[in-house]
Design a protein around this ligand. Structure first.
Ligand code: NDP
Length: 280
């Protein structure tokens, strides 16, 4: 394959994007529309899904909206069945449906919270992947999972979230090996803090969320949180032919956070690094 800018487009690829009603998944949907993909957008919130769908149509994409809860096996079956009935194929699976939880010590975490996190962030992705694989084998397609820097590095008071993302990273590598003989690539992006408001959806108030974003000036070497579009750029790259020889990778999109060592302990369990952008 010749090196060419044309490898970066997604023209006429059918992309199924979970969690595309908000945040990173929504930004990915709009970028994919720009790059020429036909889209299947899913999430539980119908009104958010419609707004994202309208935006994608303005960018010229064909869009199929399917509401569903990825923790329900019957919903995942419906999503895949309707996609195949509508488009006849799937070229790309992006798994951006995911949840966070307020930071909690292990001994104060309930098993209900454990099950909820693992169900959405791991079990649901395993299930929808298993349903999509036969279609990706036919198209020699690809998967990009949306993981986290928390899959690569440990953070205090966030054990289950980190475990869920480390499990997803392992799944990404296993699936990559299993599917490589079929010409199907599987990768993940591992974002650092990204300004989508995900924390406020699990009860963080606005002032604390703003503080969380402000703290990124010291916790992320590039001195800030990401915008969802910056993560979408990396997802689009991995999904495109420009990444034709990349599989089994967990790609940090984290302003350098995973590369850093903590240099001061501001408070127990909250390892911060010093930022050259901030220090004078
Ligand atoms: P958002 O909360 O903005 O979006 C999450 C998306 O997931 C929504 O579209 C939501 O849709 C969907 N979703 C959640 N639960 C379910 C469910 N049970 N069934 C179907 N859809 C569901 O989060 P982000 O965009 O920030 O997060 C996306 C991914 O990125 C997550 O896996 C997160 O862990 C990861 N990530 C995020 C970071 C950040 O700082 N924001 C940092 C690192 C990783 P709906 O509500 O309509 O169901």
């Amino acid at each position: 394959m010749a090196a060419s800018m044309s490898n970066f487009n997604l023209k006429d690829k059918v992309a199924l994007i979970t969690g595309s009603s908000h945040g990173i998944g929504a930004a990915t949907a709009v970028l994919f529309a720009d790059l020429g993909a036909h889209l299947v957008l899913t999430g539980r919130n119908e009104s958010n899904l419609s707004k994202v769908g309208n935006e994608c149509e303005k960018h010229g994409a064909k869009v199929l909206l399917i509401t569903g809860d990825v923790t329900k096996e019957e919903d995942n079956e419906t999503i895949v069945d309707k996609t195949i009935k509508h488009y006849g194929r799937i070229d790309i699976l992006i798994t951006s449906a995911g949840i966070y939880m307020m930071r909690t010590p292990i001994h104060k975490t309930s098993m209900e919270e454990y099950d909820k996190m693992m169900n959405v962030n791991v079990r649901a992705i395993f299930h929808i992947t298993s349903l999509v694989i036969p279609h990706l084998i036919k198209t020699k397609g690809c998967i990009v999972n949306v993981s986290s820097v928390a899959g690569l590095r440990a953070f205090g008071n966030a054990a289950i979230y980190g475990m869920s993302k480390a499990a997803l990273d392992s799944f990404t590598r296993s699936a990559a090996l299993e599917l490589a003989p079929h010409g199907v690539r599987v990768n993940s992006v591992n974002p650092g803090a990204t300004d989508t408001g995900i924390h406020m959806r699990v009860g963080m108030d606005e002032a604390s969320y703003q503080k969380h974003l402000d703290n990124c000036s010291s916790s992320h070497p590039l001195g800030r949180a990401a915008q969802p579009e910056e993560v979408a750029n990396a997802i689009a790259y991995l999904a495109s032919d420009a990444a034709s020889f990349i599989t089994g990778t967990n790609l940090p999109v984290d302003g350098g956070r995973q590369a850093a060592c903590p240099r001061s302990h501001l408070k127990s369990g909250d390892h911060q690094i010093s930022s050259p952008l901030k220090s004078t």
